[in-house]
Design a protein around this ligand. Structure first.
Ligand code: AMP
Ligand code: GLY
Length: 426
């Protein structure tokens, strides 16, 4: 089978690393990829939302299956685009339709879906400029803190947790009247604050059946001890020690089954990953958000803990045969630690030369690239998150130690990484 992965981050490097191990994989491509993926497969210099060029390259390379990494092409409708074209409709594409991708693309859509299908989540109400005054009254009577969410995609920045009513009113006004997040905040979801511990579960569905992948927890803040600004993710662990057999059963019964049944009831075309962000409060799970793809850096711990053949799983997804797949998890823990550019998530430089001459041969570790490129003979930095060091261990502590050690052997100007990933569990 010839496979094309779309994306350029650590998530996509982890996908191609795993797909390449399958005897079912013939030719493997990634668009656009990075310097790390280039060592495993063929990078195609095409942007993830350039559907015409992706279709053209898919036909030239006889692609049988496309795995879409990031949300942008899904929310823009790449699945519908491929299905609507006579030449490309035979290609299996892993991801939801444009309509179903609204589960991530619109907070109001996803809250409405959860409410209709009885999925436990924070109470909420949605507002636009048409019911602005009603929104102000709603905020005045709301318990604190208040969570404000821009409806649309806002590069992970559209969620504000306001500690005072005054602050909430000011932000509400900035979002609706002054387009704080552009078009994304033309609609605002106001929701109750959920206390608890966050964790994510990952489901692969063919629209009817589903399998549950290993769970993970990511670390979003830039600073140690979960301080400072939010980032795309500074690290991740799997398994999450908080997950017990009974909690897993509860998550399946109260969240995953109603979600998959909801997709069917709403006649949504969904063959792909559902990444469910959860808040666990006193052993009770609530959904914070749905994403219509895998997470980054969560993929980099989830995929290495999967014993199954990923090509077989994706084929079963495309052909609605997921009921024939049973997930086998590797019992070892996996920990991902992300090395970022100095200044990230604010301003940072790119093009810094990476020195890995001290890198020892990797034993029980994998080094995924997040944003690197090859210039001449040098691998240079090409974004905020640069590398993801993933290690296996007998427990979280053991795996953290190995990933920290690995990153100490790599150098580039300004390099920064958190040494406390998994701190609650060591
Ligand atoms: P989201 O983009 O919806 O995942 O929100 C980003 C982050 O904001 C989440 O990972 C949580 O840390 C936090 N968050 C979102 N909604 C809530 C909520 N209702 N209660 C508490 N924290 C929340
Ligand atoms: N790590 C969070 C995300 O991928 O959305």
């Amino acid at each position: 089978m010839n496979i094309l992965v779309l994306g350029s981050g650590g998530r996509e490097h982890a996908f191609v690393w795993k797909l390449k191990q399958s005897p079912l994989c013939t030719n493997l491509f990634v668009a656009p990829g990075n310097a790390g993926t280039a060592n495993i497969c063929t990078n195609l210099d095409i942007a993830v939302s350039n559907f015409e060029s992706i279709a053209e390259a898919s036909l030239i390379n006889n692609i049988d299956l496309i795995l879409v990494g990031p949300e942008e092409p899904l929310v823009k409708g790449i699945v519908d685009f491929f299905k609507a074209n006579e030449n490309t409709k035979h290609i299996k594409i892993i991801g939801p339709s444009k309509e179903a991708a609204q589960l991530e693309g619109s907070k109001a859509y996803s809250k409405n879906f959860m409410q209709r299908h009885g999925v436990p989540t924070a109470t909420y109400k949605e507002f636009t400029n048409n019911n602005f005054d009603e929104g102000i009254e709603y905020l005045k009577n709301h318990t604190l803190p208040i969570v404000l969410k821009a409806d649309g995609l806002a590069a992970g920045k559209g969620v504000l947790i306001c500690e005072t009513t005054e602050d909430a009113i000011a932000e509400f006004e900035l979002m609706l009247k002054h387009s704080k997040f552009g078009e994304a905040s033309n609609k605002v979801v106001v929701e109750a604050f959920l206390e608890g511990i966050e964790m994510s579960v990952f489901v692969l569905t063919d629209g009817k059946n589903f399998v549950l992948l290993p769970e993970a927890k990511d670390y979003k803040r830039i600073g140690e001890g979960d301080t400072g600004l939010n980032t795309g993710g500074m690290g991740a662990i799997s398994p999450v020690p908080l997950m017990t057999k009974s909690l897993k059963q509860k998550i399946i019964k109260t969240i995953i089954e109603p979600t998959i049944n909801g997709l069917q009831k709403d006649k949504l075309d969904y063959k792909g990953f559902v990444f469910i962000g959860l808040m666990i409060n006193n052993d009770e799970p609530f959904v914070i958000e749905y994403n219509c793809r895998m997470g980054d850096p969560e993929t980099e711990v989830v995929i290495p803990r999967l014993e199954n053949d990923l090509v077989e799983m994706l084929s079963a997804t495309a052909t609605e045969n997921l009921d024939k797949i049973s997930v086998k998890e590797i019992t070892d823990a996996a920990v991902a630690i992300v090395a970022v550019s100095g200044g990230y998530p604010g301003q940072y430089k790119t093009g810094e030369i990476i020195d890995d001459t001290n890198l020892e041969p990797l034993v029980e570790s994998i080094l995924f690239h997040s944003s690197t490129k090859l210039i001449g003979n040098n691998v240079v930095t090409n974004g905020g998150r640069v590398f993801v060091a993933v290690s296996y261990g007998v427990n979280i502590k053991d795996a953290v130690k190995k990933s920290n050690k690995l990153l100490q052997q790599i150098k580039f100007n300004g390099m920064n990484f958190r040494k406390d990933i998994g701190y609650e569990f060591v």
